[in-house]
Design a binder for this molecule. Structure first.
Ligand SMILES: *[C@@H]1O[C@H](CO)[C@@H](O)[C@H](O)[C@H]1NC(C)=O
Ligand SMILES: *[C@@H]1O[C@H](CO)[C@@H](O)[C@H](O)[C@H]1NC(C)=O
Ligand SMILES: *[C@@H]1O[C@H](CO)[C@@H](O)[C@H](O)[C@H]1NC(C)=O
Ligand SMILES: *[C@@H]1O[C@H](CO)[C@@H](O)[C@H](O)[C@H]1NC(C)=O
Ligand SMILES: *[C@@H]1O[C@H](CO)[C@@H](O)[C@H](O)[C@H]1NC(C)=O
Ligand SMILES: CC(=O)N[C@H]1CO[C@H](CO)[C@@H](O)[C@@H]1O
Length: 335
């Protein structure tokens, strides 16, 4: 077998032992635990990672390398064939640039579904109760503060945009609260996967949902998929939940819609320019905010790391990925 080295970029928190076991199947293992993009590029150029066949990277390690774009892919060894990414979203990897070079990319769907769906429900319930004011008041010794009533989830229509793994897990949970589920997706799901959820057009989803939960990936065509025009089509008093990616929503338009009362309240885990948050959202009392922590549990973080390592093993041992990203699966003929 030709040389098949593996590279770990960044740190592993829960699976150090499992990474060490990669030694037995890879010709060599390298690590780049921290540093700058410039340092990483110069290491690549000096041949420090020669022979790497597959690498582990994550959203966290992005700060040591910057985005995986043409510039970076050009200096990485030509032997690199697989990028195993830790994260459900991979918008800091230029996928067409990888595909062009014959590099396959995997992400970590499935492992993130339950934890992210839990946070979506947490935010939805918080938004339904308009909880922020009282949540802060009780700590400030003001008991309920200037108390106002919330809403029940029961009998409300939950619209899910993007019915993948996370969307389905949100739907499953929401049903137990007595919500009616409808969704929109590029393609309608097969009936057995719909679990009673109703398939509607994008416009119908906007016009008829009481709560709208976003669960689709971010790319050029989904950026600002919810903006001024879309808010105008929504029911007055809609509740918005976003646990997917900030730039899916035009944040300034959301602030306006919250101010005007078009949007009754919102629950957000993600923002357009993290870690910056639009001041209009920080000021608004009818918004529940979390600092992008959808998958931040011990169990899920470990599951995600394990899934990346399993992808890495499959790449080295049998030239394939377990959870290759959908864009590449579609035109796998080109890879
Ligand atoms: C949400 O709660 C705040 C603080 O109690 C209150 O000012 C605001 O009117 C509430 N929003 C709605 C739509 O009831
Ligand atoms: C409580 O809220 C009401 C209406 O939202 C407002 O008129 C009133 O001034 C508020 N009181 C305090 C103490 O903030
Ligand atoms: C729609 O659902 C299919 C499953 O049938 C899934 O593979 C796909 O990613 C979804 N597309 C969108 C746009 O949400
Ligand atoms: C962007 O994502 C959406 C939703 O997952 C998908 O339908 C679409 O094909 C993607 N577009 C591109 C350019 O990748
Ligand atoms: C990914 O990294 C960016 C900064 O590079 C950060 O703002 C964002 O919250 C991170 N996302 C996750 C899921 O950790
Ligand atoms: C984070 C994220 O985008 N998760 C899923 C949302 O739903 C789409 C399909 O609609 C999945 O492909 C994503 O993995």
């Amino acid at each position: 077998m030709t040389q098949r080295a593996a590279l770990l970029i960044g740190a592993l928190t829960h699976t150090r032992k499992e990474w060490e076991q990669i030694r037995s199947i890879a010709s060599k293992i390298y690590e780049y635990p921290s540093g700058t993009r410039e340092e990483f590029i110069s290491k690549c150029k000096s041949g420090a990672f020669d022979g790497i066949y597959a690498l582990y990277r994550s959203n966290d390690s992005n700060k040591f390398t910057g985005n995986f774009n043409d510039e970076l892919l050009d200096v990485l060894p030509k032997s690199l064939k697989f990028i195993c990414h830790n994260g459900a979203g991979y918008d800091n990897i230029d996928v067409p640039a990888c595909t062009k070079r014959g590099i396959s990319v995997s992400s970590t769907p499935i492992a993130v579904d339950d934890a992210t769906a839990d946070v979506a429900i947490f935010l939805m319930l918080g938004a339904l109760r308009n909880i922020t004011h009282s949540f802060q008041a009780v700590r400030q010794g003001k008991w309920r503060g200037n108390f106002s009533l919330g809403h029940d989830p029961k009998n409300k229509v939950l619209g899910i945009l993007g019915m993948g793994g996370i969307g389905s897990a949100v739907a499953h949970r929401a049903k137990s609260f007595g919500m009616k589920i409808q969704y929109h997706n590029r393609t309608q799901l097969p009936a057995e996967k719909e679990n009673g959820a109703k398939y509607v057009t994008f416009d119908e989803l906007l016009q008829t949902s009481d709560v709208l939960s976003l669960n689709l990936s971010l790319n050029i065509s989904t950026r600002h998929i919810i903006g001024k025009e879309e808010f105008n089509k929504m029911k007055d008093g809609i509740i918005i939940v976003n646990t997917a990616r900030g730039p899916l929503i035009d944040e300034a338009a959301l602030v306006d819609a919250l101010k005007s009362g078009k949007v009754w309240s919102a629950g957000l885990d993600v923002f357009e320019e993290e870690p910056k948050i639009h001041p209009g959202l920080l000021e608004a009392e009818n918004v529940v905010l979390l600092p992008h922590m959808g998958t931040a549990t011990y169990e899920t973080q470990r599951d995600m790391e394990l899934l990346v390592l399993d992808n890495l093993k499959a790449a080295i041992q049998s030239d394939k990925l377990l959870t290759q990203i959908p864009e590449q699966k579609k035109d796998s003929a080109r890879i």
